[in-house]
Design a protein around this ligand. Sequence first.
Ligand code: GLN
Length: 491
Amino acid sequence: MTRLTDLTMAQARDGLAKGEFTSVELTEAHVKAMEAARGLNAYITETPDLALEQAKASDERRRKGEAGAMEGLPVAIKDLFCTKGVRTTAASKILHDFTPPYESTVSDNLLKAGAVSLGKTNLDEFAMGSSNMTSHFGGVTNPWKRRGDDSPLVPGGSSGGSAAAVAARIALGATGTDTGGSIRQPAAFCGIVGIKPTYGRCSRWGTVAFASSLDQAGPMTRTVRDAAIMLGAMAGHDPKDSTSAPMAVPDFEAALTGDIRGLKVGIPKEYRPEGLSDEIAKVWEQGIEWLKAAGAEPVEISLPHTKYALATYYIVAPAEASSNLARYDGVRFGLRVDGKSLDEMYAKTRAEGFGSEVKRRIMIGTYVLSAGYYDAYYAKAQKVRALIAEDFRKAYETVDVILTPTAPSAAFGMGEKMDDPITMYLNDVFTVPTSLAGLPGLSLPAGLNAEGLPLGLQLIGRPFDEETVLKVADVMEQAAGFTARPAGVEG
Ligand code: GLN
């Protein structure tokens, strides 16, 4: 039999339903694997006792015939979601000992669906980054390595701990959050599936805020079907978040019909910038061929404002971050460093509590929002954002879904790109336009590069049309037949 930790969520769900094993057994297997893989630093806080307690309660519910959609399935929660009674740090020193008295809606939805929580996964501090190297709790190591080369690689970011945990089989799935690519880019770097749903599909309540008009929660899993199952459990209208959409949650799994005949797939010409690596271009071509073979029709489209997306994002996101992070002042919760006056206490607390990338974002954010520069930067960025959204709206008059690469490279070495923020920000070049437009975007593993590292392809959908995105992804997943796994993770 397949090892319990190697099952997909759908397989585990079926095995539990048939009584082949219990949630306690499944959870114990994951707890053991999680402890053996501590070298990855994927978790900031492990909660094995709580997990086993939840697993016992789950087995009990199943006996009574009360199984939910995620009944008994052990998952990991990005440490950006507040969890009642369990430390929530946002990977920042300023929250290093913060234990929330409440549960985020998304993690609560998962628990209510019967899921078991193994613990809280590592991330870039306040979800700012593309490498998971800015965490106060240290970087995460990608379980994948270049062929014949043992040097450690980054898992991507900011949801790097979640991606590494799922790839390393120390969680069946994990929650991520995506502001400009933080679900999709680490999913691509770790050879897993990740979907950022439409802005408003999942509640943001109880999730530590980075950039409120962009932040979205989503699932990170090993298969498209698992993403459909987990997204269904996470999503839904929440009266506590005024930006969550009052829409019914479709049965995402039912959308995986395997039939994409006649669908029009947009191939944006602007996503082929000069210098795009051959291996990325090749995997993209391959993706187009798979879609054609399945009866879909590729159509070249133009998204003319794409070239401004990165600059726009790096104005809007820091602006919102600078405002959101103003609440960390040492008064009511989190770190406090005393000073001679109230002002000095604020300054010392923030100076010591925030890492340098977070400080950089606060500086950029306050600058672009300052009286003298607001119109030149922030107001202008908002206008460009509207144009980017309009590009997509026009494209969706002729196509049903869009296919692009997820990231401009495969996973890079730990420590690389750290001294040059612009190079680091370029990781997001293919993911930020979707975020600015609020659209659903999914990354799936499409192949390996010459060094044996996974490469991802991104599917972008119409607003609230995650179903088409998942349906197409499912077909591509079957065509790709991606069975590779990180060295050391046996089947
Ligand atoms: N890498 C991007 C950033 O640093 C996106 C992060 C995210 O999506 N949370 O802002």
